[in-house]
Design a protein around this ligand. Structure first.
Ligand code: SF4
Length: 454
């Protein structure tokens, strides 16, 4: 069968980080590799990088099945793609991805045939096999609507992704200064339970990981030097991390790593961070969330302001970049923004991501806020963790956005930071990044200037 796998392009209303990063669609590469091993013809289409409309590619490839992956901000785009696809060809349309696993009903559409709510790769394979053999799909557990109760997988034993499936796009995949950059996934789920996060929902609260030998085997075949490990939290088990570093050295693998990690692990395990830095750790995305104890408690972060500060100082000490992410509470007023800026500056963090507090559907918080949303559930393109979907309590929305922008501006336009970045990454990379951040800034400014901000 001919299978076309599509990564959607975000809606123009989405304030998107694709201005500063475009990462390879690893989930589609895994899926494509698995399907190909059963003899099917597979193509991956990355609509972020393609210029022509979806109809062009459907006519050109003439697929029997189209697979679409999506985050929450893509729901409407994916439904629109499905409608356009069905107008051209009566092929089967399948939707999967993290949002489909948590809130599958959001994709309910007459143009979508199957929504995968569990075990994406396995379920997709079962659908293809049933379609090929003209069998019923009614007993496939992972399909939403079949009213079966699939148990989510707790192992990951799929073939390594065939990265040549995105060969024509590979040199365009990057993450800020990590350019070109490849993705890897080594674990699934997260052992923590922060109230705003839906990572645990995807695996039904389970956490499991691949063995180090398998990871090293995959790493050896990745051509890029920069590796972005997209585990929800890579810094969980110190013994596993030391085993990973030892294996890298034994196999003489010289790559650079960008990972997600928690502040409490970094604060408690300076020796592991130092060891990992020697084996290539270059940057850590840390969910610092807040410089206020009561907020960390409210988010069930199981961390503290002191732990956050210790973690950042350790990363700075070993010259590991800290990409700090922060949640901007809806109760923030001017002084809270000022305090946050002063705190970020004191910590000497050069890269920040400020996310308005967002009670994502599927999280425990959603029900508490569902009656106070200013961005409705069907405006999916604005559920991008950059729009505020809940009305700020102590400021008007315009001032709220303005204060977010002000912090971004003061941190990214700080001349000392700029000079340090140019020295470290070169003028070309810095220029490219500043174009990306300016474009995001313009989206915010346009938003603030709208008569009615939503
Ligand atoms: S925010 Fe991070 S640490 Fe917390 S549950 Fe989500 S992935 Fe885990």
């Amino acid at each position: 069968m001919k299978i076309l796998l599509i990564r959607p392009k975000p809606h123009k209303e989405t304030i998107g980080l694709q201005k500063v990063m475009i990462c390879e669609p690893l989930e589609l590469e895994y899926l494509g590799t698995y399907i190909k091993s059963y003899g099917h013809e597979v193509e991956i289409l990355d609509m972020i990088l393609e210029k022509k409309p979806i109809s062009f590619y459907i006519e050109k490839f003439n697929p029997d099945v189209v697979g679409l992956t999506a985050y929450i901000a893509h729901v409407n785009i994916v439904k629109e793609y499905a409608r356009e696809i069905k107008q051209i060809k009566n092929c089967s349309v399948v939707v999967g991805g993290v949002h489909a696993e948590v809130v599958p009903e959001d994709f309910d559409s007459p143009f979508i045939d199957y929504i995968i709510k569990a075990n994406g790769i396995k379920t997709f394979g079962q659908i293809i096999s049933a379609l090929q053999n003209n069998l019923s799909t009614e007993n496939i557990e992972g399909i939403w609507g079949n009213n079966l109760s699939p148990i989510k997988e707790t192992t990951f034993a799929y073939p390594h992704p065939d990265r040549s499936l995105v060969k024509k796009y590979r040199d365009k995949y990057y993450y800020m200064f990590h350019n070109p950059c490849a993705l890897m996934k080594t674990s699934f789920g997260c052992p923590y339970n922060c109230s705003f996060c839906f990572c645990r929902k995807i695996t039904d609260g389970k956490y499991f990981f691949r063995n180090i030998k398998d990871i090293i085997d995959e790493l050896k075949n990745i051509p890029e030097d920069e590796i972005y490990i997209v585990d929800d939290d890579f810094l969980v088990d110190r013994d596993r991390l030391l085993e990973f570093c030892n294996a890298l050295d034994e196999q003489n693998i010289k790559k650079k790593y960008l990972i997600y990690g928690r502040a409490d692990f970094i604060a408690k395990n300076e020796d592991v961070i130092k060891r990992f830095q020697a084996s290539g750790l270059r940057a850590v995305i840390v969910g610092l969330e807040s410089g206020r104890e009561e907020e960390l408690l409210k988010y069930n972060k199981k961390s503290s302001v002191e732990i956050n500060e210790t973690a950042v100082s350790i990363l700075n000490k070993y010259n590991i970049e800290c990409y700090g992410t922060f949640i901007i509470g809806i109760d923030y007023e001017k002084k809270d923004f000022s305090n946050l800026y002063i705190w970020i500056k004191k910590l000497n963090i050069k890269f920040i991501n400020l996310q308005p507090f967002t009670p994502l559907p599927g999280t425990e918080l959603y029900d508490d806020y569902k009656d106070t949303l200013i961005i409705s559930r069907d405006q999916f393109e604005k559920w991008d963790l950059a729009h505020t979907v809940v009305k700020p309590v102590k400021m008007d929305i315009r001032s709220y956005y303005f204060n977010i922008l002000k912090i971004y501006y003061k941190i990214t336009m700080n001349p000392v930071n700029i000079l340090k970045m140019i020295k470290k990454y070169g003028i070309k990379e810095c220029f490219k990044l500043s174009l990306g951040t300016s474009s995001i800034t313009m989206q915010y400014i346009k938003k603030s200037l709208q008569k009615e901000i939503r």
